[in-house]
Design a protein around this ligand. Sequence first.
Ligand code: FE
Length: 210
Amino acid sequence: MLAFLLTPVVGLAACATGSTAAGSQARSSTSASAAASSAAGPPSTQTPGAAASCSGQPTPAETEGPYFKAGSPERASLVDPGMLGTRVVVSGRVLTLDCRSVAGVVLDFWQADASGAYDNAGYRLRGHLTTDSNGRYSLQTIVPADYGGRTQHIHVKVEAPGRPVLTTQLYFPGSARNQQDPLFHPELLMEVVDGAAGKAATFDFVLNFR
Ligand code: FE
């Protein structure tokens, strides 16, 4: 009965336990064919690093800063043709405090370019998208440069339907100026790996409600 009750919670992430949906499925299966398919690889519903980032602790808020501009275009890529800068795909999920994914969340991103400049006249390197039915998002962009007293960061506003907006910033591990930036927050570090076409960064947002 308990298993039946838990089954519908398809959005439940692994939180900090270290277990994964893949492991649960493999353990609950007695079918050789199902075991074989499990052995073929993790299910596509798992994001690398996602389980570890569902701490159940709300993602810290940070200042909006001076460069937010309302009305950004809806798009999954901020990269314009010929744009300078290292390509990075930022992806992950939006979760509740109890690690359930949240669909329909609007994420509004803005950032500096590869020379540390914001476009305050237009919407270059500004855009918003919406999480899918599994609470997932994926944004193609470039790695911003640091500027002034700021280390490399991407601004974002996260708005779940009917909830307060979370305004925060995402950071890059190993960035030379992280420790000198008073706004830098280690809980806002993305996990970043290098790939053939650029970097892949992951971050799961945890919103302050259940
Ligand atoms: Fe900034």
